[in-house]
Design a binder for this molecule. Sequence first.
Ligand SMILES: Nc1ncnc2c1ncn2[C@@H]1O[C@H](COP(=O)(O)OP(=O)(O)OP(=O)(O)O)[C@@H](O)[C@H]1O
Ligand SMILES: [Mg+2]
Length: 262
Amino acid sequence: MAVTTFANHKGGVGKTNTVEALAAALAAEGRRVLVIDLDPQGNLTRRMGYQEHEVESRPTIAEAIREHSPQALRASFLPCQWEPDWAANITLVPSRIELEERVAEAGVPLSWQRLHKALGQVAPEFDDVLIDTSPTIGHLLHLALVASDYVIGSTSPTYDAVRGIYRLIKFVNDADQRAGLGLRCEVIGVVVNFKRAGVANHETRTESLVKRLGDLVWEPHMPLRAGIEDADERAEDPLGVSSEARDIIKLRAARFLKAVAA
Ligand SMILES: Nc1ncnc2c1ncn2[C@@H]1O[C@H](COP(=O)(O)OP(=O)(O)OP(=O)(O)O)[C@@H](O)[C@H]1O
Ligand SMILES: [Mg+2]
């Protein structure tokens, strides 16, 4: 069992889509997957089938962190609502806007360990734990990183998004941050989304990413496709988008399994 955080210090780069797609591929292979929506926007929660009003008066990740107990985390569990049978292998820890309130606890000693504490006894019940994050390098990301074994960066092939990946990697590898927060996680991959063939800027950005990070950049890249956005809009399973998207997602899942087994 491994806990993996998906992040970038840049918004709208496909982080949530990467998490839901990987969760789908792992679940379709029969793995038991826990996905944690650690973004107050709650996009993953909505895309797995729950509108804002449906999680308004029930426990979410916000309460699990406040209580930092396995019981509170379990109380938040919801089944993924996608149609295929394998969706039953995915358990969602939903989020709602109240998660923003946890940020105020940033100065409380050891508050950054709260998700790790809540996950402690729970994580071993799953094969994979995937954490979706918001595009900040603040307390919410700290909570995710402290709880994680691995980190995967998700980016578009554009200047600001790639800079966001470099800042994320710098933060995770910074000796003072590692010691201060007690991080043990390592960056195992960077995935590129929204790639447009024949767009010079996308080629340049992808090449510079590979030049700097080498094998850490996973191939193949996910192209920009309207069907991917449509499926997210309709809260549908990402494997059903197209055979092209499914093949890329499955290759990512294979690479993921190899990386976490290493
Ligand atoms: N390969 C793609 N092709 C087309 N649309 C995509 C692709 N990947 C993601 N999208 C869409 O782009 C938008 C942003 O993606 P997503 O929400 O996954 O990014 P994010 O990094 O999680 O954003 P945020 O920083 O707000 O959490 C969504 O509408 C999503 O459906
Ligand atoms: Mg997101």
